[in-house]
Design a protein around this ligand. Structure first.
Ligand SMILES: C[S@@+](CC[C@H](N)C(=O)[O-])C[C@H]1O[C@@H](n2cnc3c(N)ncnc32)[C@H](O)[C@@H]1O
Length: 106
């Protein structure tokens, strides 16, 4: 997923709430969070704990604007419910599905 196009189509509003359900190493996340302004919130999910730790380090400068959760994106409803999150202004999700993964991990 191309970062420039993603940012364009998300049309991020300052103070908004955005989610990357496959946050990976945080490349999209950084560009989103930079545009959030005061009061904005970002939640990133990833099933890969190692990737999430890298994202956590890269996003540390943004403090409590960022919440990272070790979860499969299929659990996004539970993540929202547990944290009492409001409806998001935008959600992105990008992953590479192989036939094996589709059968076993989604
Ligand atoms: C293409 S990268 C995502 C790119 C990311 N948005 C970025 O800016 O770096 C793919 C990521 O999706 C994660 N992923 C794949 N399937 C997933 C799933 N079912 N739930 C959560 N994360 C998943 C992988 O662990 C990997 O970190």
């Amino acid at each position: 997923m191309l970062v420039e196009e993603t940012i364009h189509w998300l049309a991020i509003k300052p103070g908004g709430f955005y989610v990357d359900a496959t946050v990976g190493l945080g490349g999209h996340a950084i560009e989103i969070v930079r545009r959030l302004g005061a009061g904005g919130q970002f939640v990133g999910l990833d099933r890969d704990a190692a990737a999430l730790e890298i994202a956590r380090a890269r996003l540390a400068e943004f403090g409590d604007k960022v919440t990272l959760v070790h979860a499969n994106f299929s659990q996004i409803g539970e993540v929202f419910a547990e944290r009492r999150l409001p409806p998001a202004d935008g959600v992105i999700c990008a992953w590479i599905a192989t036939p094996k993964r589709r059968q076993t991990t989604l």
